[in-house]
Design a protein around this ligand. Sequence first.
Ligand code: ATP
Ligand code: MG
Length: 361
Amino acid sequence: MSKYKIAILAGDGIGPEIMREGVKVLKVIEQRNDVEFELVEAPFGASAYFSHGSSFPEQTQALVDSADAVVKGPIGLSHEESKKIPVDQQPERGALLPLRKRLNTYANFRPVYLPKSLAHFSPLKPEVVGEGIDLIMVRELVGGLYFGHKEMGVDENGVRYVREQLEYDENQIKAILHEAFKLAGARKKVLHNIHKSNVLKSSVLWNEVLEEVAQAYPEVNVVHTLVDAAATALCLNPGQFDVMVMENMFGDILSDQGGGILGSLGLMPSACLGTDGKAYYEPSHGSAPDIAGKQMANPYSMIGSMAMMLEYSFGMQDEAKKVWQAMQSVFADGYSTADLSKPGSGVQMLSTEAFGDKVVE
Ligand code: ATP
Ligand code: MG
């Protein structure tokens, strides 16, 4: 029997609600297979700061190091609430970025998927959704602006300033590009390279490295697209994309737009893959304080992230596929959570918990 230790970091806002549904699904997988999941919960994020005085407490750090995989709910507070936490303990800066550094999860895979039959979920016209939306954003996750040198101060004239550096070295760029080329090779053999080389030096180096890495993948056709143009194209013709690769902040922004064209961020799971088999899995979205505790959140993003864990960390492709199919069949039966069942949509509304129950069923 295979045995895996999984760190469960429920996080803030809707985190605990959607994590509960994901854990239910994992228990079903465990029952159906010769596998044992040791699920260990630990505090992480703003809630951890209030209960343990640190948004990434030492016990959680130790757990993350010893686990075979980590699943993480979203973290963060509303803009107003977050003022109660000192800058260095802010959940993103004090917990999320350190987690990414710790596991060196440089490759963030964010699928943006909506079959044609669910085109009514999308704010785009059915003819724009066309045969469905099926692309995957590959986001560099441990470099760029988020991890570069940062400094805030007041100059000799009393004027406040900020400096924030976008930093990459060629090895970081190579690592993410190899992942993207491999994925593109396994899919439609087209890689959209998203950059801003007309303005940013970082994109110039990125594109130089891409030319070199591309030599190893002659079967993959590279299409260069400026990030601003990509934003428009995602709305006007998402079907042109398959695998898109981009640096850290471009990926943050465009993947939220990915959730937008699907109709809800609740449809955005992700996998964060590191070196030496390290990985963690999280929804692409934030903690959604506006709907927290109301049983309105869509747990698809969390359950989908766990399906990605089954596939990438444990090699359980068949079970992962069944999880995706189970969620798609709940949608196909005409159900969803509050985000995708607005009055007049013809979709029947389920609570977060009821959606999880249907997936389990
Ligand atoms: P972050 O900066 O942490 O990414 P954000 O500012 O992008 O956070 P989110 O917390 O992701 O914001 O929420 C944006 C909107 O999407 C909110 O209105 C929220 O209600 C909605 N949303 C996010 N996740 C879900 C979900 N799982 N189900 C339903 N709605 C969601
Ligand atoms: Mg966001």
